[in-house]
Design a protein around this ligand. Sequence first.
Ligand code: ADP
Ligand code: ADP
Length: 229
Amino acid sequence: DFAYRIEGLTKVYGDGPAAVHALRGVDLTIPAGEIVVLLGPSGSGKSTLLNIIGGLDRGTDGKVWFGDQELSAMSDSELTRYRRDNVGFVFQFYNLMPSLTARENVELATEIAEDPMPPDEALALVGLRERIDHFPAQLSGGEQQRVAIARAVAKRPNILFCDEPTGALDSVTGRAVLKTLKDVNETLGSTVMIVTHAAATAGMAHRVIYFADGGISRIEENATRLTPD
Ligand code: ADP
Ligand code: ADP
């Protein structure tokens, strides 16, 4: 049972002498239901991989399967449907609507979802039951990121992609956000993929994929260390 199977994935930005080889033939299987951390230095290709399997971008060559669906063979509209039906995104910056409350921010994101969670339930899941009617400016950075997580999980995504989710937070607040992602994984069973250059994040992962220079240098399975610390 796997979430993704990736074969020979390459990504080249630009062409000629200025071409950047961001992914150099990546082979990878990502099991369903895990917390997977992609760890590596800036520029090693982590976000590029996340964007391709999240359906935001396409590879230059190679194949990507989500279950029995081949993402790399999909049309643009099929890829849009794949994203809408299966995927949630969390980014470093929360991108909440400043004029909307926490509840309204979550509500807005679930308008086109098929069987969304009620906004209050999603906000309770991330520990913000008491902050439902607050506006973003009334919330701390960590709380705003948890609203962004609630917004992403309210449509019950099969997979949650997080690109540097703690990048703008201090380490204590960052740990609370990672704990929230762990709760999401345990409660909803969503596969959670986190891209980061912060090694501390690896402690909560079932699987850590080390990235270097457009490829995987090592994969580590964590059977025991399942607390963010
Ligand atoms: P990471 O997420 O590990 O920091 P990225 O996937 O963002 O790495 O980037 C991998 C490489 O691809 C880097 O050299 C980066 O500069 C380059 N790159 C990323 N996005 C683009 C783009 N849109 N156009 C050109 N080069 C890009
Ligand atoms: P970087 O890899 O340089 O850290 P980001 O993490 O900000 O860049 O963004 C990674 C990718 O995700 C970019 O290709 C960007 O277009 C896309 N992206 C960023 N924010 C959003 C968003 N709110 N919605 C959709 N796509 C986004």
